[in-house]
Design a protein. Structure first.
Length: 333
């Protein structure tokens, strides 16, 4: 049950590409976790570009914050009422969203997950996303080489409990570093003895800063920080800087956004695994247009790519420099 306020909010979040669109144009909905996270801003940009190129009508909506399942459900209902036959969604709550997805698919709506899978993954018709476990492995391998075998005390600034993307990146990082870790199918966060603090950041800079401050209070000797994304990494760096510890702590992250690559160039982040949200969204729109024209549905998982971007290369770990990272940030190519 949703209040009039939540319904009005979701309706206000809906938008179209604004271009002249044919009356019979395919209607495609894009629902992101938030409106403000730069990752989802770029995803929306990719969807808008593809919709304009393909002559589709795009509706967009989002939750108020990461984890706002009710907002996403309301946006989905509004989009279907508005004629959407394809819904592209980055699930905020991978389990809670499943009943709404099932209802949509029962009405003949194609549902594609972008970036984050539903739980179970086959609740959607298809998934276009980064291999998040591999993204974690890459920065784990880099961190292992960069620390040169010296003892580490690790803080992990995670997403929130139970989310597949958060678990895959965290566990991939542990595996890449050579520590015991759950496999890519697990949604539980692994913990090794070297991990002295685990905190939820919700992928947010302010929450990331608070999480890092709390970790430093518990263990001031932390010398390696893994973060779920670059906003959380920026918050961690600010906390370390305020504590006078920014020079002696290595931070690794995931996303590869333009600002994140700037932070690698500045030395605030040592390395990041770059993903391509513009590409994810464009592929989703193209699949929606194809479905409208032919009835053909995509299925299964499509890997949209990941590249390690590092400020300084390390032996034995393949990476690209920040110039390449800037040229490609979030799917410019």
């Amino acid at each position: 049950m949703f209040t009039k306020t939540s319904m009005a909010l979701a309706a206000a979040l809906l938008a179209t590409t604004g271009a002249a669109i044919a009356a019979d144009a395919p209607v495609i909905g894009l629902i992101t976790k938030t409106e403000t996270n730069p990752f989802f801003v770029k995803m929306k940009e990719g969807a808008q570009q593809a919709a304009q190129a393909k002559g589709a009508k795009l509706l967009t909506g989002a939750g108020k914050a990461d984890g706002d399942n009710a907002g996403q459900v309301t946006a989905m209902e509004n989009m279907i009422a508005g004629g959407a036959k394809t819904i592209l969604i980055t699930p905020s709550d991978s389990k809670a969203i499943v009943p709404a997805i099932q209802k949509a698919r029962a009405k003949g709506v194609l549902v594609i997950a972008l970036d984050s899978p539903a739980d179970p993954a086959d609740a959607t018709d298809a998934l276009f996303a980064t291999d998040n476990y591999k993204a974690g492995e890459l920065i784990g391998q880099y961190a292992k080489a960069a620390t040169g075998g010296k003892p580490v005390k690790i803080a992990t600034l995670d997403l929130f409990p139970g989310h597949p993307v958060g678990a895959q990146r965290h566990n991939g990082f542990l595996k890449g570093f050579g520590l015991a870790a759950p496999d890519a199918k697990s949604n539980e966060l692994g913990k090794a003895a070297e991990v002295v603090c685990m905190a939820d950041s919700f992928g947010d800079q302010a929450k990331g800063q608070t999480a890092m401050e709390n970790c430093l209070q518990k263990n001031p000797d932390i010398n390696l920080v893994y973060t779920i994304n670059e906003p959380a990494a920026a918050g961690a760096y600010k906390a370390l800087q305020r504590a006078g510890k920014d020079k002696g702590v290595l931070i690794v992250s995931v996303d590869g956004g333009c600002q994140g690559v700037k932070d690698v160039t500045a030395g605030h982040i040592a390395a990041t695994s770059q993903q391509y949200p513009l590409r994810m969204a464009a592929m989703g729109v193209e699949a929606g247009v194809e479905y409208a024209k032919t009835g053909k549905k995509p299925s299964g998982y499509t890997d949209t790519g990941v590249t390690l971007i590092a400020g300084k290369p390390v032996a034995g770990v393949e990476s690209k420099d920040t110039k390449v990272g800037t040229d490609l940030c979030w799917g410019k190519k």
